[in-house]
Write a protein that binds this ligand. Structure first.
Ligand code: UDP
Length: 235
């Protein structure tokens, strides 16, 4: 099977690793995500990954009295923990990986370097980026768009808990129509929510296509890379 896209970026949220509990890492869940990533790579895709950290910590919603930047530093460290776990799950399946961090911690992960990352991708190494953007007050959705642009990916896959973008909230409006494709401008003009506003403005400026699709089941990653009509394409 030939993939539609040669190089893809996949965002794995922290919550997606938690197996429904919302916290921590569920072994069966991370292994099934790793298996889907392996199947996608076996088709010939070059794969970049960005992990979120919300299963361990979210800077803005931690309930403690903390300087926001310090709380966000903890969130970025959480993303690196998920990257390490995903890297190990992939290596257990025989998939070569490299973890690069936007927060320097050389004993734990390689510091991000654009040339090294591009080389890893072209050699078929699944390259996993931790630490989001490396800056507080951002999210990993912004990190994934930034890295997707820098890595010249053909498509950014944003796995969510909904199966695409609707003209209205499908929970309150069951007749709401799902878009198969929608432009960034149309999303903004209609006031629809696809991702956060920083990520959105980067997308508008750089015109990298995004597929929003349902994270469950993980095989959706393979379907998306094949170019099957799932989710909503933003262009
Ligand atoms: N974070 C940050 N800068 C970034 C990316 C993440 O400060 O560029 C912090 C922030 O505190 C965030 C936490 O890391 O709440 C976890 O990231 P995120 O909430 O995006 O993870 P996800 O919801 O995708 O699991």
């Amino acid at each position: 099977m030939t993939p539609k896209y040669k190089r893809i970026m996949i965002k794995i949220s922290g919550e997606a690793l938690s197996g429904g509990s919302g916290t921590g890492i569920d072994a069966a869940t991370i292994n099934s995500i790793a298996a889907a990533i392996k199947d996608t790579r076996d088709m010939g895709c070059e794969i970049a990954l960005v992990c979120g950290g919300g299963n361990f910590w979210r800077g803005a919603r931690n309930g403690l009295v903390m300087e926001r930047s310090r709380a966000d530093h903890m969130g970025m460290l959480a993303t690196v923990m998920n990257c390490i776990a995903l890297s190990e799950a992939l290596e257990n399946l025989g998939v070569p990986t490299r973890v690069m961090s936007m927060v320097d911690m050389p004993r734990v992960a390689e510091s991000y370097n654009v040339s090294a990352a591009l080389r890893c991708l072209s050699e078929g190494i699944v390259t996993i980026f931790g630490g989001g953007t490396g800056c507080p007050y951002f999210t990993t959705d912004t990190g994934v768009v930034l890295k997707g642009i820098e890595m010249h990916v053909d498509l950014i896959l944003l796995a969510k808990n909904v199966d695409g973008i609707y003209e209205a909230d499908p929970r309150t409006n069951p007749d709401a129509k799902k878009f198969d494709r929608i432009s960034f401008e149309d999303v903004l003009a209609r006031g629809l929510k696809a991702t956060d506003s920083t990520a959105m403005s980067l997308l508008v400026d750089n015109r990298t296509s995004v597929l929003l699709f349902k994270a469950e089941p993980p095989e959706n990653i393979v379907r998306a890379a094949k170019g099957e009509a799932i989710g909503t394409v933003l262009y």
